[in-house]
Write a protein that binds this ligand. Structure first.
Ligand code: HEM
Length: 461
């Protein structure tokens, strides 16, 4: 039986597994618990109610999933039966429009086909030296002993990388700050909107909506400028934006509006996610000097006395294990959501058309069924045998199937290049007495207090 037929067969079977319900307040259900601490809600909810449970936020019925077989079915075998939820699309519309992340159906298929070649391995690998060079430039600006907020620094670095590699613009201080502040505003407002009991439409003239509009307009102005430059010079400069401007199929090139939406999506999806994943990796390493020593030992063997190159990566398995473990324990993308497009039964669970489902990635990583002592940061667990023993769907920080993160290779490469360069020159630490907050907005980050660390050079290279 092929995958499609198997999917059809499982969807036509009779529901055989009851789904536990987490009852909340008689009126608002679990809305306040969710808003108070989203990741805690997921982690504790799954620990108490199992791998699949339902709850209600005011009028919206929500399903939460961390069962690998169900996750795999949603991501892979049944992927076309699930779209991005309407309420998330509504929330994202003014910002990402119809960009790849919120898009669905035929329009998504066309856009995906047009954009995917821009993420070809050869093109992405060519960005590696830039990632290292920008990291070195950042470190060169620092002085021994001074305090730095690693969240802020790594965000600025990741944004510089995206601007250069995806848009071929040398982002000035001004543009960088504009984009960073605008994105912070947007991210905060979008999440506040998602928590609202009664969502307000984008045109509603609230102070937040006005602030969001202003933030979006600032990024749009930068995108328009770059677009105009590309059209004037009429050639592909090797960056992803050029690829998108000139890519065409039988329907021609993408429209200016679509190009704006895709550019917005890439700026958003392409830097905060990686920056926050790196911030958490720094945090975990600051608490694990033994792991840092092991990374250095490996780096010393492979790239002693020189910069790391993309060709070194296959020879740095421990570096990759560190990244994988960090994305399990403290993932920046802590959850993602889908909405069923028809009634179906998956693994015995009945899913009604319209049902929204949260794939609780952070709770999956804390499931002791698959990860022994899940709260321990142990990169060593990521052996080949261990990965092979994990059921499909048990580790999907970048999602999977056709809707897998388009920047997965880019991000995995970027994280390793930046991390290796940091470790070669710096001692990961947290400033005396500092402990971060855990804030779950669109990505999980340490909030306004940041990730405070002291610059301690080690020159291990
Ligand atoms: C550690 C870093 C990253 C993580 C953990 C991550 C994770 C994810 C996840 C979970 C999704 C699926 C979201 C959903 O289905 O709702 C996604 C989608 C996407 N990501 Fe990433 N991402 C990362 C970095 C990047 C980078 C660097 C780029 C671009 C350069 C990127 C571009 C995209 C795009 C375009 C999509 C939409 C794909 C589609 O639906 O066709 N991501 N990412």
């Amino acid at each position: 039986m092929n995958a499609e037929a198997a999917a059809q067969a499982s969807s036509s079977s009779v529901p055989s597994r009851p789904i536990p319900r987490k009852e909340g307040h008689w009126f608002w259900g679990c809305a306040l618990d969710l808003a108070a601490d989203r990741t805690r809600f997921l982690i504790e909810g799954h620990a108490e109610y199992g791998d699949v449970f339902v709850s209600r936020a005011l009028v919206r019925d929500l399903m939460f999933v961390r069962d690998p077989a169900v996750v795999n079915a949603i991501n892979v075998t049944h992927w076309s039966d699930f779209y991005k939820p309407d309420y998330i699309k509504m929330m994202w519309k003014p910002f990402l429009g119809n960009g790849l992340v919120p898009n669905d159906g035929e329009s998504w298929k066309r856009q995906h086909k047009l954009i995917m070649p821009g993420f070809h391995k050869k093109r992405v690998d060519a960005y590696a030296p830039t990632m290292v060079e920008f990291t070195e430039r950042m470190i060169d600006r620092w002085k021994e002993g001074e305090q730095r907020d690693m969240r802020l620094e790594l965000n600025a670095l990741a944004l510089e990388v995206v601007a250069d590699t995806l848009f071929d613009i040398d982002i000035g201080e001004g543009d960088s700050e504009t984009i960073r502040d605008a994105l912070a505003d947007i991210s905060e407002i979008l999440v506040t909107d998602a928590d609202k009991m009664i969502p307000r439409p984008a045109w509603w003239p609230t102070a937040e909506n006005r602030r969001k509009k202003r933030a979006i307009a600032k990024i749009e102005a930068i995108i328009r400028r770059v677009h105009q430059e590309r059209l004037t010079h009429q050639h592909d400069r090797g960056d992803l934006f050029s690829h998108m401007v000139f890519a065409e199929d039988e329907q021609g090139r993408m429209s200016d509006k679509q190009l704006r939406d895709e550019a917005m999506t890439l700026i958003f999806a392409g830097h905060e996610t990686t920056a926050h994943a790196l911030t958490w990796t720094w945090y975990l390493l600051a608490k694990s000097p033994g792991k840092v020593a092991k990374m250095r030992e490996e780096l010393g063997r492979v790239a002693s006395g020189r910069r790391v190159e993309v060709e070194d990566l296959p020879k740095l398995p421990y570096l990759e294990m560190v990244v994988k473990e960090s994305l399990r324990l403290l993932p920046s993308v802590w959850a993602y959501a889908r909405q069923a497009q028809r009634d179906l039964v998956i693994e015995g669970y009945e899913i009604k058309k319209g049902q929204t489902i949260t794939i609780s990635h952070i709770a999956m990583g804390r499931n002791p069924k698959y990860y022994d002592n899940p709260l321990e940061f142990r990169p060593e667990r990521w052996t080949r045998e261990f990965e092979r023993s994990l059921p499909r769907g048990a580790y999907v920080p970048f999602a999977a199937g056709p809707r897998v993160c388009l920047g997965k290779q880019f991000a995995m490469m970027e994280m390793r290049m930046i991390l290796a360069t940091l470790i070669q020159r710096l001692e990961p630490n947290l400033s005396e007495g500092f402990e971060p907050d855990f804030v779950t907005e669109l990505s999980m980050h340490p909030g306004e207090r940041g990730m405070q660390a002291d610059v301690r050079f080690c020159e291990a290279r």
